[in-house]
Write a protein that binds this ligand. Structure first.
Ligand code: ATP
Length: 253
């Protein structure tokens, strides 16, 4: 069956062609966990520049753990992580952030007691605060209309838009998106996926974890399935979308 686990070194551009440039993200042989519990074992994954990759798998597989390793919130006990050719395995989270990485965490990650404006300004580069607000409002107009509202009083969907807009205002090169559509109404999910498509068309690389596997795969060019801390499928999103393959690796969702 195509999509063997040994092809983790495949580097595809968004049109599916193999490219030889440094990947946006290159994870090699990662091991990580919590205390004595190892969650990720010998895990390798690559996101090419400008590519959207989907990371799928059941609850507890280790998807969030992997994103936390990439963003520097959880140390890897083995293996390496590179971003755009730079080894960031030991770099602190703030250095990764400065190098163009943004992580939109599960649960939204907005500062609830701050206003919408303050949330955006915190992420903006010094001197470009107004530009950052305009940039956020251009993608989610509702965010522009709620600048003085406390973020914690926004609806769940608006908070998610703010979390994503906060990442976007920094003009990141690589965004990790963890369960952005969780618990949201279908129309809001459409907006969020529409936005992720736009960010991708602007050249940003994306690694997306989402419960709506089909939606993520429609956007992605490559796909990984994680099960109990190990990659069990790597291939193109198109391959994974094929009925038998999808139900074999992901289930019927
Ligand atoms: P979900 O979709 O449910 O969030 P996931 O694939 O993102 O699943 P993780 O959240 O990475 O999975 O969890 C992987 C494993 O690590 C699970 O067994 C989980 O119980 C465990 N785990 C997660 N966070 C911690 C933590 N802070 N301390 C100890 N164990 C944890």
């Amino acid at each position: 069956m195509s999509g063997s686990v040994n092809s983790a070194d495949v580097d595809r551009s968004s049109n599916g062609a193999v490219d030889s440039m440094d990947a946006a993200l290159d994870i090699s042989g990662i091991e990580a966990g919590y205390g004595r519990t190892t969650v990720l074992r010998d895990l390798s994954l690559r996101v090419s520049r400008g590519e959207v990759a989907a990371l799928l798998g059941p609850n507890g597989a280790g998807k969030t753990t992997l994103l936390r390793v990439v963003s520097g919130f959880l140390p890897a006990t083995r293996g390496s992580v590179s971003m755009f050719g730079e080894d960031i395995t030991s770099a602190p989270a703030h250095r990764r952030f400065r190098a163009g990485l943004c992580h939109v965490p599960e649960g939204r990650g907005v500062f609830r007691s701050l206003t919408v404006r303050e949330n955006l300004v915190m992420q903006a580069k010094r001197g470009s605060e107004s530009e950052a607000i305009e940039r956020a409002a251009s993608v989610f107009p509702i965010i522009g209309e709620r600048l003085h509202q406390q973020a914690g009083t926004l609806s769940g969907g608006q908070q998610q838009m703010l979390a994503i807009a906060s990442a976007y205002v920094r003009q990141p090169r690589l965004i990790l998106v963890d369960e952005a559509s969780l618990g949201l109404a279908p129309l809001i999910v459409d907006d969020i996926f529409g936005f992720l498509r736009q960010v991708s068309s602007e050249g940003c690389s994306l690694l997306i974890v989402d419960q709506f596997a089909h939606r993520a795969l429609e956007l992605a060019s490559s796909a990984y399935v994680l099960n109990r801390g190990e990659i069990t499928f790597v291939g193109t999103a198109k391959e994974l979308l094929e009925g038998d393959v999808f139900s074999h690796y992901v289930g019927t969702g």
